[in-house]
Design a protein around this ligand. Structure first.
Ligand SMILES: Nc1ncnc2c1ncn2[C@@H]1O[C@H](COP(=O)(O)OP(=O)(O)OP(=O)(O)O)[C@@H](O)[C@H]1O
Length: 357
């Protein structure tokens, strides 16, 4: 079996007695993009700096293509690790032209010109080869920075929020282009971001980080659809939470019964559902739809507020049974008036049940 391009095992790093990176392990295969995703301050950048070799871990190992690069005794210096870096503020050299910037990390030789041309072609910047960074837009500078980072053919590319300086539309384009170039080069990419949307767009695999630990790791689809806990679910979208208590492995709620296998009697649980997965039905003279095994029992509510937000509308409902407010996103053609009575159902295949605490 092929060795991972990058493998870190049990990395620990403390600052002032606080574990900022707490037993982090992950691997990235060649041509794969892994996103280290988590809120600000959770330890993502420190992990990246340790891999790059500019910070030293307290314990743990780093291997590249099966070879030990760093443990607590051996330490290959940053420049010997075949790692490319791209950071948001990793500026181009202002006094060098585009071509000279891309050539900067290459050993002098006959093929330098060809490699610079090849990369500038790939990022669509070859006609700017003699321009200087100040003559380029932010997006163009980012493309050149990518070409420069890739020029020495690094085996691994570490990227720390590389697109956050760009405006929204441009960012989407540059992300997609960058991904194509990186895949084409077969580089293993570890990308740090605090934006779930960016991670889901870019990653083959997401490592979700919180308080220094990786709490869940997997393909974007799996992380989004099978979160390990309430915090992981809420990191990706707004959520609705319905509190219940377990009795006989079931939780009784106004939306019907929910399975809570293996959860002891008396345990409080949160039933979690994303706003796009609530099912809405019309009021039929004070009655709602009949219960089904997939949708459970409908609970009555009235529309509190409905807002048009483009491709969808965001509707807030006040529940009759306890006055709580639940949120649903619906196709934007559906914009009910405040005060309209409706019925809500919770799809069993779309909700998560987590013990509280
Ligand atoms: N050299 C240092 N000395 C002391 N504390 C540090 C040092 N570097 C990082 N920290 C602390 O470690 C924690 C994690 O920082 P880190 O930059 O790794 O987080 P992050 O997840 O990348 O956050 P952000 O996205 O905001 O950069 C923070 O609380 C930070 O203040």
């Amino acid at each position: 079996m092929q060795a991972p391009r990058l493998e870190i095992k049990n990395i620990v790093k403390s600052f002032g007695g606080r574990r900022v990176v707490d037993d982090v392990s992950l691997h990235v295969m060649p041509g794969q993009v892994t996103c280290l995703l988590g809120p600000s301050g959770c330890g993502k950048s420190t992990t990246l700096r340790i891999i790059a070799g500019v910070e030293m871990q307290d314990t743990g190992t780093i291997h590249v293509d099966g070879q030990l690069v760093c443990d607590t005794i051996h330490r290959v210096p940053p420049e010997g690790r075949s790692i490319g870096l791209m950071f948001q503020d990793f500026a181009l050299f202002p006094h060098l032209s585009v071509g000279q910037n891309v050539a900067f990390g290459l050993k002098k030789g006959r093929d330098v010109g060809a490699r610079v041309q090849e990369l500038l072609n790939k990022v669509g910047m070859s006609r700017y080869i003699d321009d200087y960074p100040h003559q380029l837009s932010g997006g163009e500078q980012q493309r050149v920075a990518l070409a420069r980072a890739l020029a020495p053919r690094p085996r691994i590319m570490l990227m720390d929020e590389p697109f956050s300086g760009l405006d929204d539309r441009l960012r989407d384009d540059i992300r997609d282009e960058t991904l194509e170039v990186l895949k084409g080069e077969g580089t293993a990419v570890l990308l740090v971001t605090h934006e779930p949307g960016e991670a889901m767009r870019m990653a083959d695999e997401i490592a979700l980080m919180r308080d220094g630990e990786i709490v869940q790791q997997g393909a974007p689809y799996n992380i989004y659809n099978t979160p390990v806990d309430l915090k992981s679910a809420s990191f990706f979208s707004d959520i609705n939470v319905i509190r219940g208590e377990v009795k006989g492995a079931l939780t009784e709620t106004p939306f019907g019964q929910f399975l809570a296998p293996g959860v002891p009697d008396g345990t409080a649980v949160d039933i979690v559902i994303r706003p796009q997965h609530l099912k809405i039905d019309f009021d039929r003279g004070g009655r709602g739809p009949n219960p089904t095994s997939v949708d459970g029992t409908a609970a009555r509510c009235v529309v509190e507020r409905a807002r048009f937000i483009g491709a969808s509308s965001l509707v807030e409902f006040r529940m009759d049974h306890d006055g709580s407010v639940l949120k649903a996103t619906v196709p934007s053609v559906f914009l009910p008036k405040p005060g309209t009575p409706l019925w809500l159902m919770i799809r069993r295949d779309r909700c998560f049940v987590f013990p509280v605490g």
